[in-house]
Write a protein that binds this ligand. Structure first.
Ligand code: UDP
Ligand code: MG
Length: 336
């Protein structure tokens, strides 16, 4: 059939990117499952790119030892914790496969789903993203906030971003090559992939509970991540600030008319401290919120304009000496 992957001559290599932050409890189990997945591949070879995102525990030692024994393992170790989305980005930059998969280190995303993703990719789909049809072992708070977040994001975003989707996905090389040209630092990878386009499809799966260890996404990181998602894909918050200002002005107008009518009809003035305080605080609130929203965008412009490297790699294991694990633009700054 015209256009199917099997006709395209390129290395039959699938890269699997695994971001790891303090995952020593779960890693040995994950490595076993990933090996079982690699062994199940008949037509492809797999390379695994583990990105140690500045772990403080034994994660790096485990990966280092595993990479010594397994030629398909590559390890990038960051100089400090740069965050999940940056870790995923570094893995994508370093991947050399015809298709690149992203998977969490905690086995919440079952590696066997990758096999199904590969089938769809072979049939010509460029991005197969996994959608959480059901999920185990996560708090009602996390599930409901995530649900609301994705719906809000879609209302605000100019790019439609699939609902209930994480980073678990398989992407064709051409999508990866476009992603590598997107240097923004407040990265919301699932949104960036949606923005790229091409042929994308959703694959429903059951998200398991973490096999071991605890979540590395405390509330603070989750909020940052959600803000990045919204601010990177929408300028509507700025319109909301304008609308709040218009609403405050409208209320002021009603107040003025009310005061004049009262004066003309009853020859009295609106009394008091309460009305004044409410007006002052309301206006102060609207102004500060609007400034805050503007500030968030300006802060991002400032950070982008500094052109710092996205990440700093401390150790690199299992890569060819002459293949750089980071895109050329970033490798200028890289410390290795
Ligand atoms: N992770 C990372 N850097 C961070 C936080 C998380 O690389 O700063 C990795 C983590 O090791 C895991 C994935 O990102 O492989 C998802 O994190 P986690 O499972 O803790 O998030 P949750 O599933 O609870 O949302
Ligand atoms: Mg998890």
């Amino acid at each position: 059939m015209q256009g199917t992957r099997s006709e395209i001559p390129r290395p039959r290599l699938i890269s699997v990117v695994v971001p790891c932050f303090n995952e020593e409890e779960v890693l040995s189990q994950t490595l076993l499952e990933l090996e079982a997945f690699a062994a199940s591949l008949t037509d492809y070879e797999a390379e695994f790119i583990f990105v140690d995102d500045g772990s403080q525990d034994g994660t790096f030692a485990i990966l280092q030892e595993a990479a010594r024994k397994n030629a398909s393992y590559r390890v990038l170790s960051f100089a400090r914790n740069f965050g999940h989305q940056i870790a995923v980005t570094a893995g994508i930059d370093a991947a050399s496969g015809a298709a690149v998969a992203l998977i969490d280190a905690d086995l919440q995303d079952p590696p066997e789903v990758l096999t199904e993703m590969i089938h769809h990719w072979e049939a010509g789909v460029d991005v197969v993203y996994a959608v959480r049809a059901s999920r185990d072992g996560e708090s009602a708070f996390k599930i409901s906030t995530a649900r609301w977040f994705y719906r809000l994001l879609n209302k605000l975003s100019e790019t439609p971003i699939p609902l209930d989707t994480g980073d678990f996905r398989l992407m064709d090389r051409k999508v990866v090559d476009v992603l590598k040209q997107m240097p923004e630092r407040h990265r919301f990878v699932r949104g960036l992939v949606a923005w790229v386009g091409y042929r994308q499809m959703a694959l429903p799966y059951h998200r398991k509970k973490r096999a071991a260890g605890v979540s590395k996404y405390p509330l603070r990181k989750m909020l940052r991540f959600a803000t990045d998602g919204i601010l990177s894909f929408s300028s509507k918050p700025l319109q909301i600030a304008t609308n709040m200002g218009l609403f405050a002005a409208f209320l002021a107008l009603i107040g003025i008319i009310y005061a004049i009518v009262l004066r003309v009809m009853t020859n009295t003035w609106v009394e008091g401290w309460t009305a004044l305080m409410i007006a002052v605080l309301f206006l102060g609130g609207v102004q500060l919120i609007s400034l805050g929203i503007i500030g968030e965008y300006i802060g991002r412009i400032y950070e982008e304009s500094k052109h710092r490297p996205l990440y700093i790699v401390r150790d690199r294991i299992g890569f060819d000496a002459n293949t750089s694990p980071v895109s050329s633009e970033k490798s200028i700054h890289e410390v290795s």
